[in-house]
Design a protein around this ligand. Structure first.
Ligand SMILES: CC(C)(COP(=O)(O)OP(=O)(O)OC[C@H]1O[C@@H](n2cnc3c(N)ncnc32)[C@H](O)[C@@H]1OP(=O)(O)O)[C@@H](O)C(=O)NCCC(=O)NCCS
Length: 199
């Protein structure tokens, strides 16, 4: 076995787990889930049926990743992040065939105890502040905080502040990441990373 799974955790049948991934205490990985290499899954994590988790993701304690939530590579989920997959749940109505997709793109960070309402895309390298409730798509390299989450500023590839106003036109060379960042209107891009893209 090229991955680690603590003896208190359960892995259903037909699950793919990549090399060097680690699954710590009291987790449940449901059938059809696919977890790429170098993924760290903390204590008391639930991974739903057919969920896809990209390589190098870190999922901290007490996170449930339900069906129809997808994490691309390098995503950080802080402790007790909450995902949802039904917008208007009722105990007495089964909406299993109406789960809504949520996509967390490469390099994004979800702060501790943030809640992600289903049906949105959290774009590449964005940073969600602790305790935020995210109700709308989040732009690449943006930092959003609050309930509901609003744009607070911009961050670089490493999650450090960029000296940009919320909107405008500005270019900045960042020594820490060795990249040029461009603010244009209400979007930040960087020319060297070609796979950053918003839907
Ligand atoms: C969002 C975050 C990155 C901002 O960090 P920062 O840029 O250093 O922000 P500052 O501490 O300078 O705060 C700036 C302002 O934003 C507010 N703020 C910061 N984080 C906030 C949050 N999560 N929710 C609401 N407001 C927040 C501050 O109160 C402050 O407000 P003020 O200007 O009215 O005084 C950080 O606060 C955060 O939430 N990080 C996530 C930590 C986490 O969850 N880690 C998980 C692994 S342990």
């Amino acid at each position: 076995m090229s991955f680690f799974c603590h003896e208190t955790s359960f892995i259903d049948e037909n699950v793919k787990i990549g090399r060097n991934s680690k699954i710590w205490h009291f987790c449940h990985i449901s059938k059809g889930a696919s977890i790429e290499e170098n993924v760290n899954i903390g204590q008391n994590v639930y991974i739903g049926e057919n969920v896809k988790i990209g390589k190098n993701c870190k999922i901290q304690n007490n996170v449930s990743i339900f069906s129809n939530v997808t994490l691309e590579e390098d995503v950080f989920c802080g402790p007790s992040v909450v995902f949802t997959n039904v917008k208007n749940p009722r105990s007495f109505i089964n909406r299993k065939d109406k789960f809504i997709n949520t996509l967390i793109k490469k390099g994004a960070t979800l702060g501790a105890n943030s809640t992600i309402i289903c049906g949105i895309t959290i774009n590449d390298y964005s940073l969600i502040g602790a305790g935020s409730v995210v109700t709308k798509d989040v732009r690449s390299f943006s930092c959003v905080v609050g309930v509901p989450a609003k744009l607070k500023g911009w961050v670089n590839l490493n999650g450090e502040k960029l000296p940009f106003p919320l909107k405008g036109k500005m270019d900045f060379f960042c020594k820490n990441t060795n990249l040029n960042y461009h603010l244009f209107k209400d979007k930040v891009t960087t020319s060297k990373i070609t796979n950053v893209g918003e839907n």
